[in-house]
Write a protein that binds this ligand. Structure first.
Ligand SMILES: Nc1ncnc2c1ncn2[C@@H]1O[C@H](COP(=O)(O)OP(=O)(O)OP(=O)(O)O)[C@@H](O)[C@H]1O
Ligand SMILES: [Mg+2]
Length: 232
């Protein structure tokens, strides 16, 4: 049993999902070591934020967690179903309408009715009810980002990897995405686990824990408030 599963047991949580990295290192071919013996696990479901300078390896870490890249050395274990979300929703919304795009994310083993329900429920959860038929090019930037979030929900992901999801949004859309992810991550039934990369210090107010990446390492989790003080 991993240390994370022990933590889950101790807190009486049913979920056995686990992300555990021990002394994980990664270098791009011909490049410097981007991740240098990283230790990382997520103590419990919630909204966990990572900050760090440009080039400190945050997006590379997400690519490893999502399985796009393989670690060079160290122990890596992830039992979550992951969904990546980027700064620019235009990089991940592919089909012409909201519903057709969401259909693409639905697990293949679901019945037509279950898929329909799942799409309606996801649109509802991100505040886009009744917008299934809307052409994606008519959505605002904030609505597109919420649709990307709906797509992660339809895929049944239980670990959201949010790579600066609000970087291109105005303050109102930023708050809306933060509040939706916070709600999904703290709901009593099946809370989603979210890892959120940010350069916007004010977003740390929403997190359940925060960690700093620097020089290829990641610090242990601390409170958002503590990291905010340190960064100021
Ligand atoms: N596809 C790639 N091939 C080679 N090197 C890469 C590639 N992608 C990223 N890197 C390098 O890996 C290092 C870490 O980049 P990464 O994108 O993970 O940083 P980051 O912390 O996400 O930065 P930012 O805050 O600017 O998004 C950088 O030196 C970058 O140039
Ligand atoms: Mg990045």
């Amino acid at each position: 049993m991993t240390s994370n599963q022990v933590t889950h047991k101790k807190h009486g949580l049913k979920a056995l999902n686990c992300l555990n990295l021990e002394k994980v290192s990664f270098s791009w071919p011909g490049g410097n070591k981007v991740l240098d013996q990283i230790d990382l696990s997520i103590p419990k479901p919630g909204l966990w934020m990572i900050v760090g300078r440009n080039g400190s390896g945050k997006s590379t870490l997400f690519r490893l967690i999502s399985g796009i890249l393989k670690v060079n050395s160290g122990k890596f274990y992830c039992s979550y179903k992951t969904a990546l979300m980027f700064q620019n929703p235009d990089h991940q919304l592919l089909l012409p309408s909201c519903r057709s795009d969401l259909l693409l994310s639905a697990p293949k083993n679901l019945s037509r009715n279950a898929v329909k329900e799942s799409i309606e429920s996801a649109l509802d959860q991100v505040g886009l009810s009744g917008m299934g038929a809307r052409p994606i090019h008519t959505l605002s930037g904030g609505q597109k980002q919420r649709l990307a979030l709906a797509s992660a929900l339809v895929s049944k992901a239980n670990l959201l990897l949010l790579d600066e999801p609000t970087a291109l949004l105005d303050p109102i859309s930023q708050t809306s995405i933060l509040e939706i992810v916070k709600r999904l991550s703290s709901r009593p039934r099946n809370p989603i686990t979210s890892l959120w990369i940010t350069h916007r210090i004010e977003e740390l107010d929403y997190c359940d824990g925060a960690a700093m990446m620097k020089s290829g390492r990641i610090d242990p989790w601390c409170s958002g408030l503590e990291l905010t003080h340190r960064l100021k």
